[in-house]
Design a protein around this ligand. Structure first.
Ligand code: HAM
Length: 436
């Protein structure tokens, strides 16, 4: 019986895996430049962490993988990471013991039972940040800058920043009243989901994929019409800092985001490459000033975003960006008979201890076949162990780039390889200088 992977999930291996590692490493280093430290939270949590009474989003209401465990508890595979980070901050009282704002970054899998399509998976990975315990438009703009920089450093060119303000608690309340009034005469014409949204949170109607072309949805009043003076000022200041940092943006007052906890500033970084299709939002986030109090914590105003790694990789592909993932082998050991393999593994172990990437042949194949493997693995050096070498306790080393070949005593192997590799790396540095 052959088992296949679940629809909407993915395996990563080979070059694609190398690309992922490269991107993850880069994202970590960018986050660290902004002085974020990593947090990891559990992949499943108690369902009530995500399913809050007032939450009307599709993510929470329709797409969660929820199950009952052996103890009869309802658990949910996390659909996003923000809620877990917030729970941890409250549970561990991190706000009391650490410097504010708390600044965490994360990388991890999420689970949403959405209809799979290009750029939309049931298990997907996010990199994100959460800045907890401060309300300052500078911090929001800096968070956007972090995401923007990461995309730019990776070489992406075709993407845009879209921002909006959903306002503070008061603006949101006003907007809710306005939308309730506005949709009242037409709500029966809208889809059943919108009818649920109407009572839970009418703002969600604006995000409906089914009714997006309905005239009532198209002509709905904008949140900008009800922003309080404070929210308006906050949004203006946020934009001033974006300008200061040289980050171009457009305001889209229809941007409402897919989760319910947002207040004030929201943003998305969207790929504009035509190949990306419908799932082009690479990064999404914003401010959430009430979530921590809603989850039983103190009043800690916060900001964060998450970037979808699958989508980022698709966008890099679409823009034909080739990442520098090349990790050639330093030394390939070639025992020419099965009985020489023990010497090969012993020498490889010594070379690995010296910090070199090594591999060896396990099949006692012909010299020619082993040379082919060495070249496929882009080895710098091959170490041949044939009958003559073994009898004399020697090894023949060949530096493939120069063709230089020497036979040395086994205990001198490190010195010879060190010479060649040091020379190669010095050569690389010179090449780089020429490139710039
Ligand atoms: P989100 O907009 O739901 O926000 O997801 C953020 C990003 O995750 C999206 O822009 C997209 O790149 C990726 N993503 C979402 N769903 C899928 C999927 N089914 N398949 C592939 N990629 C997907 C959040 O999750 C918030 N927690 C962001 C945040 C952090 N807000 C404040 N702090």
């Amino acid at each position: 019986m052959q088992v296949q992977k679940v629809k909407g999930t993915k395996d990563l291996y080979g070059q694609e895996m190398l690309d992922w590692q490269y991107v993850e490493e880069l994202l970590r280093s960018v986050a660290e430049l902004y002085n974020y430290t990593e947090m990891r939270t559990p992949i499943f949590e108690k369902t009530e962490l995500f399913k809050r009474e007032q939450d009307s989003s599709d993510v929470v209401n329709k797409e969660m993988y929820t199950f009952t465990d052996q103890g009869g508890r309802s658990l949910t595979l996390r659909p996003e990471i923000t809620a877990g980070i917030v729970r941890s901050v409250i549970e561990n009282k991190l706000y009391a013991s650490e410097e504010l704002p708390l600044k965490y970054y994360y990388l991890g899998s999420n689970f949403r039972s959405e209809r799979p399509q290009k750029g939309r998976y049931r298990i997907f990975n996010q990199f994100g940040i959460e800045t907890i315990g401060s309300k300052n438009p500078i911090l929001d703009a800096e968070g956007v800058a972090l995401a923007y920089t990461a995309l730019a450093v990776l070489g992406l060119k075709h993407f845009k920043l879209v921002i909006n303000s959903l306002g503070d608690k008061k603006s949101r309340q006003l907007y809710r009243e306005k939308l309730t009034e506005y949709f009242k005469p037409v709500i029966s014409e809208l889809c059943p989901d919108c009818q649920r949204r109407y009572t839970q949170n009418p703002l969600r109607i604006l995000d409906c994929k089914v009714d997006q072309h309905h005239p009532a949805v198209i002509n709905a009043p904008m949140v900008s019409t009800v922003l309080t003076a404070e929210s308006q000022a906050y949004f203006t200041e946020f934009q001033a800092v974006l300008k200061l940092l040289g980050i171009p943006y457009t305001v889209d007052d229809r941007l409402v985001r897919g989760l319910d906890y947002y207040t004030e500033v929201v943003f998305e970084l969207i790929s504009t490459h035509p190949e990306m299709g419908a799932q082009a939002a690479l990064v999404g986030g914003g401010r959430y000033d009430q979530l921590i109090a809603d989850l039983g914590g103190p009043d800690l105003e916060s900001f964060g975003f998450a970037l979808g790694l699958e989508r980022l990789l698709l966008a890099l592909n679409a823009e034909e960006i080739v990442l520098e993932t090349n990790e050639p082998l330093d030394v390939y050991f070639m025992p020419l008979a099965a009985e020489y393999q023990k010497q090969a593994v012993a020498l490889a172990t010594i070379c690995r201890a010296a910090g070199w990437r090594c591999d060896l042949d396990y099949f006692a194949r012909s010299l020619k076949a082993q040379f082919k493997s060495a070249s496929r693995m882009q080895a710098s050096i091959v170490a041949i162990l044939g009958e003559d070498e073994i009898q004399a306790s020697q090894v023949t080393l060949k530096h493939l780039a120069s063709g230089e070949q020497v036979t040395v005593a086994m205990n001198e192997i490190v010195d010879q390889i060190e010479d060649w590799l040091a020379h190669d790396h010095a050569g690389c540095a010179v090449d780089h200088q020429h490139e710039h």
